[in-house]
Structures are given as structure tokens and as C-alpha cells.
Design a protein around this ligand. Sequence first.
Ligand code: EPZ
Length: 420
Amino acid sequence: MDKFLINGPCKVKGKVSISGSKNASLPILAATLLFDKPVIIKNLPRVKDIKTMLNLLKSLGSKIILSKDKKTVKIINKKKMKTFASYSLVKTMRGSILVLGPLISKFCKSKTSLPGGCLIGARPVNYHLSALKKLGMNYKIKDGYILAKTKGRLKGNTIKFPKISVGATENSIIAACLAKGKTILKNCAIEPEIKDLTNFLNSAGAKIRWSGRMCKILGTDSLNQTEYTVMADRIEAGTFCVAATLTKGNLEIKNFNPDIIKAELELLRKVGARIKIDSNKLTVIGPEKIKPIKNIKTREWPGVATDMQSQLMVLMCRADGKSSITENIFENRFLHVGELQRLGANIEIKKNKAFIYGNTKFIGAELMSSDLRASVALVLAAMISNGKSSINRIYHLDRGYENLEIKLKKIGVKIKRLKK
Ligand code: EPZ
């Protein structure tokens, strides 16, 4: 298993370009199962989860033609596709549950593995299943699989999600595209990645309209050929903004629309970062002193993203005073705290709230990654630690950050990957 060696402390400066969004690419790739005609998707990030999703589509019968730089894919489906999404593939990437909606909508049957939980929480899919059931899907759970089928086409319906869920919203929108009649989804998640998905589907002739958290879909018989460029990754962009704020750096972050991290930029300005915004890039200058923020709360979009929580925690460890972070989305998303404490952080957890006592002098240490976003927090902490740190199990990072060590090295971080 590869690991990173990082020599701190360092300052980031120069320019970094943001890759395509993993969390926009996954539902868009899953939705290609709806198509009879070839689809071209551009700006895919070269990360493990995308490879896993492409392998899953291949296992279902899609023909996958990847460009040399692996950022563009042409997908051609067969008339008759398989509808079995195996545990061996689904267990490595929970986002695979997103093939359930298109399979049941296009092929009227599917045997999809339950994704199971992960370290940040149980990650149930009850909202996905109850919404698809309202569209006409019948299912039973057997041996860890969802055995689903429909008598003929799904039928449009009105569905109100009991809780805001990114995945359940995506699965339902994709399934409703080929359902008979109108579907109205209420209390939807409205993350930018979901709007990217609906822009992609509308570019192929789907009829999807938004009004606040309500989404209206008029089912069509089929979708047209299309070519679509995936949006940039807002969590990667936010992570580099935190890196510049943390290290008193001066960093130009380009190739993305700064509007997609408005809430996080507001926080960084509050802690003292100077941020100059252009249309598809911004420059962050880190402050001499980082101001603490009393109560950061993660929220569904347009609030502060839960996927930015661990990165912001590292920033608050360096703040000049006490701050707190409340995690409102996942039940167990403080796995990075233990590792940060090993670097010298003074953090107290009470239920879903972390109290951070600031002014931490991080000392380099041997660290263990646990999940994708917790791992990048360890990289940030190692960058401002005195001395050498090594971060093990960075396959977690490789799931969602494209060429992270190459990008960091280019902006002044002393980092190298040890291949094991
Ligand atoms: C998506 O996960 C993202 N993953 C996550 O990013 C992100 O953290 C999350 O949305 C929240 O923004 C992808 O897009 C592939 P949810 P998802 O359904 O869809 C509960 C990363 O690091 N829930 O909005 O699984 C759930 O347990 C990943 O890139 C149910 O109870 O998130 C959670 O507490 C991590 N039943 C809350 O809702 C359900 O049927 C929000 O989950 C579905 C969800």
C-alpha cells in the first residue's frame, strides 16, 4: 500500500488547476445506462472511483472507449445489457448504488448489491428504495442484494424525500427520465453536482426543470446522443483554498467557477484570508494570524459542505483561539481527530460537535488514513507540521484526488509517494 512522505512546514505558492468533479461524474456515468445511442463525457477526473464505475458499466455490457489521457470516455450500450451489479464492485465504491435507478428504468429489472456502510456512517439507501418504489419498482432484499423488477415502464409520481439526500435525489431523477408521465420530487438535494447531472440529461433531450428544492421530470421514451463536459471538483478547489490559508501561502486556483464554494470562501475570509475572485479562478493569500470561528456547521448545499469539514478542522487547529465544528450530515465523521491529536492537536468531541483549542504546534508523525476526506486533512496537517510525517493507506486519497502529490509538489510542498 502506497504512502506519502511529507516534510513540513511549507508554504504553498503558484498556480494549481482543478480537475473534474468525482461526485458529478459518478451519477452522470451511471445515467449513461439510460442511453441507446453513444454518449461522450469529458473532463473526468483520473481517480479510482471513476475507474470503478467504468468497470461496473463494462460488467453490465457497456462498451467503454477511454481517451489516452483518460479524461474523456465514449460509452456505447448494447441493446441487451446485463442488470447484475456485483458486491465485489459495489463494495469498493458506494456510489455504485446509482446504477439501480437507470437499470430499473431502462431494463425493468436489476440485481444490485446493497452498498453497505463505510467508516463515516451506516450509509443506508432507504430513501433511494422508497422513492423508486413510488415510481413502480418492486423489490426484495436477499443475501445483501436488492432484487428489483417492474411490470413494464416506471410510472411518474409525486415523491417527497423525508430527508435531503444527494444520492436518493440523483437515483430518482435518473429513473424518472424514462418513466411514463410526470414525476415531481420534493425536498431534493440541490448540490451543484446534481445540477450538473440534470444539465447533462437535458442536453440529451430529458425534460427536467427545477424550482428551489422541487424537481419536475417529464418522462421521455428515449434519450439522444450527447457530449458533455463535467463540472470542476468543488471539494478539491476548497481543499487548495484551505491549504493556502493554512500555510500563509499565495495560490492561484484555476479552472473552476468560484460560486460553487461560496460558503467555504465566506469562512476563509472570516479567518483572515484575502481572496481575489475572477470568473473561472481565484487567488487566496493566507493571513499571518488565523482567526477562530465560534461555530462552523456542515449543512446540505448551499451550506458548508460536510466534505470540507476535516480540512476546516485542521485550519481551526492553527487558529488563534477556541472554535467549534458541528457535523450535521454524517454520524461518524470525526475519524481524522484521533490522528490530528497524534500530531499535537487539542480537540474535544461531544456527540457531533468538535471543540478545537487552536494554536497547535503540529509535530510530524506516522499517520493512518481512514476515509477520503479525513486523509486529505492529514496531508494538510503534515504540511504545517515541524519535521517528517508519513501518511499510510493513501489509496483512500487516490479514490477522489487526481495526482494530488504532483499538484502539491508544483506549489512548493515537500512531498513524495512511496510505492509499496
Ligand atoms: C454524497 O453521498 C457524496 N457522495 C458524499 O461525498 C457527500 O458527503 C454526501 O453526498 C453529502 O453531500 C457522492 O456524491 C458519490 P446523502 P450520499 O444521501 O449521496 C443519510 C465524498 O467524500 N441517508 O446526501 O451517500 C446518510 O446516511 C463523499 O466524496 C439515509 O439515511 O449522501 C447521511 O447521513 C462522502 N438514507 C445523509 O442522509 C438514504 O437512503 C446524507 O446522505 C440516503 C442517505
